[in-house]
Design a protein around this ligand. Structure first.
Ligand code: ZN
Length: 343
């Protein structure tokens, strides 16, 4: 924690406290009313032990920063906490969560508001990140989905301007939507079959890459031209993108197929929610906006959505890359708290 006094910028007179709880780290930040992060700290989750420990740590950080900024305690207006797992959006208790012992079924909203004595909000971390992107785009009452593609596939929803968790905390579980059916559909980690995550999650993408590379015969591409790193079990989406850009046709096909799977799921989501914006983030975007293959991936997702939806849905849907990155959950937690304060 910094010890030297640092005056806050003059326009910062009111602050929101955001807490983003993950299995490894808890991030705490102070956000101003324009949505700008003014201070941030990260602590190992196990060291804070319980929800009470996390909230006490966050409050301590906030009070120290307020003193540094020369602001009274009243300048802190609201607190929001983003949590992973299945959050019961009526009782604000986690009904399912991994890597957070001691958090299951705890009354999180009560703990947060009683410890801080502030207007408080508890929100699922994917929905918090989606809400931050939604606020950044100033979408008001419009809807947005933020899909995170990586080892798993996550999705946060903002419907009609509000974060939407569903009646059982499972709304937007896009990784477990079926994109293939029947006995040949791949098994999913959840126990079901044919789910998007089996095809477009990291393990699915790597398995398809292996198949494609095994099919290569020397007439099309000499095996010697295939970089050995592509056969490693932890080959990264960036390496696949680089190889595709260098002319590896199997890599390009894998990226195209991944985009088709994702596009099918985005199309289904589009037909159900009819949102204004769908954003794609995470590592499995093949470099995202920074790479030619990222742009190719995005264009293929858009094309599949147009091909599989009504023109009123697919023709109007804006599909882009997410922009906020790692601080999205933290910012979103604070912004949801501000929304609760204003309502
Ligand atoms: Zn599944």
């Amino acid at each position: 924690m910094a010890t030297s006094p640092a005056q806050a910028p003059p326009e910062v007179d009111r602050l929101l406290l955001g807490i983003d709880v993950g299995g490894s780290y808890v991030k705490v930040g102070l956000v101003d009313r324009r949505g700008k992060l003014q201070a941030k700290v990260r602590a190992a989750t196990p060291s804070l032990r319980t929800p009470q420990g996390v909230v006490a740590h966050a409050l301590e950080f906030a009070n120290a920063k307020l003193r540094e900024f020369g602001l009274p305690v009243e300048a802190l207006e609201a607190v929001g906490m983003a949590v992973p797992g299945v959050l019961d959006s009526q009782a604000y208790r986690l009904r399912e969560v991994v890597n957070l012992p001691g958090w299951l079924n705890e009354p999180l909203l009560e703990i947060l508001s009683e410890t801080t004595r502030l207007q408080a909000a508890v929100v699922n971390d994917a929905n918090a990140a989606a809400y931050a992107e939604h606020s950044l785009r100033n979408l008001q009452r419009e809807s947005l989905a933020l899909i995170t593609l990586g080892t798993g596939i996550g999705c946060g929803l903002v419907v009609g301007g509000d974060p939407y968790g569903g009646d059982h905390g499972c709304a937007g579980e896009l990784g477990h939507i079926a994109v293939r059916f029947g006995p040949t559909a791949l098994p999913c980690t959840c126990g079901s079959r044919g789910h998007l995550e089996s095809y477009a999650g990291a393990a699915g993408v790597i398995a398809r890459l292996r198949e494609e590379l095994a099919r290569v015969d020397d007439a099309s591409i000499p095996q010697s031209q295939i970089p050995p790193s592509l056969l490693e079990p932890d080959v990264s989406p960036k390496e696949i993108a680089e190889a595709a850009e260098a002319g590896c046709e199997p890599c390009r096909r894998v990226i195209e197929e991944t985009a088709e799977f994702v596009g099918q799921a985005v199309g289904m989501l589009g037909q159900v929610i009819d949102p204004t914006v769908v954003l794609l983030g995470g590592a499995m975007t093949f470099g995202g906006p920074d790479r030619a293959m990222g742009d190719f991936f995005l264009s293929q997702v858009r094309q599949t959505v147009r091909e599989t939806t009504l023109v009123q849905v697919g023709g109007n849907l804006i599909i882009e890359f997410a922009t906020l990155g790692n601080d999205a959950g933290l910012l979103g937690a604070a912004m949801v708290a501000e929304q609760v304060r204003q309502s």
